[in-house]
Design a protein around this ligand. Structure first.
Ligand code: NAG
Length: 269
């Protein structure tokens, strides 16, 4: 349904695979596999670095490392469901590819602290995205009919949690019943009509405003939903990462004979 990638070649390969899957009618079965988000690696894993490269306050490499000067373009392809009414009644989805909708990514870092003798540095990695009209085919106002991704995600999370419980066969109907009622009362269905801007920059997932109602019956069974990671209770492919801090990461600086950018820890692990 949706594909984000910064490398065109890789995007082509995956698009082909998605098209093949879609043609086989495996749309629902393959939901998990239909979303590919190809963010480039944020941390080097200690390749043989050029001698003398160091992360050190004030040098040129460090400025480029802190605020990545290369423009990175994320291309998003959307597969519009052309026959929503029939699809709801069980027919195969007719899909039309739209896009790419291109967003320019800006990446930067915020230093949290330096290790002893500046041998290491700990930092947050951040990204933001701006729509890029020139490289886009279509507009942000294009109307699309899509699988309602947060509903699927939530249903999948609840299913995963329920399956881990003892007596899950008895609990499942109750838990899924509660979730279904929630979706219905909030007018959330399997499909959703929206604009491309909604999909990428976020649309409100109102269930989260009343998440306590959902979690209450689930807590009776010891189910605790993980943090959804949806700022302002909005779901959007890039919205969820726009200006959010990733990490903390910790790497060696190359000072004191350490290896330049060699990975030490992620989220303090
Ligand atoms: C990210 O946030 C900026 C500033 O609020 C906004 O202009 C931009 O449209 C946002 N991008 C996305 C993809 O949500």
């Amino acid at each position: 349904m949706v594909l984000i990638n910064s490398e065109t070649h890789q995007a082509m390969v995956t698009r082909q695979r998605i098209k093949t899957n879609a043609k086989r009618g495996g749309l629902l079965a393959g939901i998990g596999g239909l979303i590919v988000i190809g963010f480039p690696m944020l941390v080097s894993t200690g390749m043989n670095s050029p001698v003398g490269f160091q992360i050190k306050e004030g040098n040129v490499i460090t400025s480029a490392w802190l605020d990545v000067p290369l423009p990175i373009y994320n291309a998003i392809y959307v597969w519009n469901i052309e026959n929503p009414a029939e699809f709801r009644r069980g027919a195969k989805a007719k899909l039309r590819e739209m896009g790419p909708y291109v967003y320019k990514q800006h990446r930067w870092k915020e230093v949290i602290s330096w290790g002893r003798n500046q041998e290491s540095v700990k930092f947050w990695a951040l990204s933001s995205w701006e729509f890029n009209e020139e490289r886009t085919v279509g507009t942000q106002k294009d109307k699309i009919t899509m699988i309602n991704l947060p509903v699927y995600a939530m249903a999948a999370v609840v299913r995963g949690l329920v399956e881990k419980l003892p007596l899950s066969f008895a609990i499942a109907p109750v838990a899924f019943g509660a979730v279904n009622v929630l979706f219905m009362t909030h007018g959330e269905g399997l499909l959703k009509e929206m604009t491309v801007a909604d999909l990428v920059e976020g649309y409100p997932f109102r269930i989260l405003d009343t998440i306590d109602v959902l979690t209450k019956p689930l807590t009776w069974f010891g189910i605790k939903l993980p943090d959804t990671g949806m700022p302002q209770n909005k779901f959007g492919l890039l919205h969820v990462k726009n200006f959010t801090k990733g990490g903390p990461y910790e790497v060696y600086t190359g000072q004191q004979g350490t290896k330049f950018l060699k990975f030490i820890s992620y989220q303090d692990k």
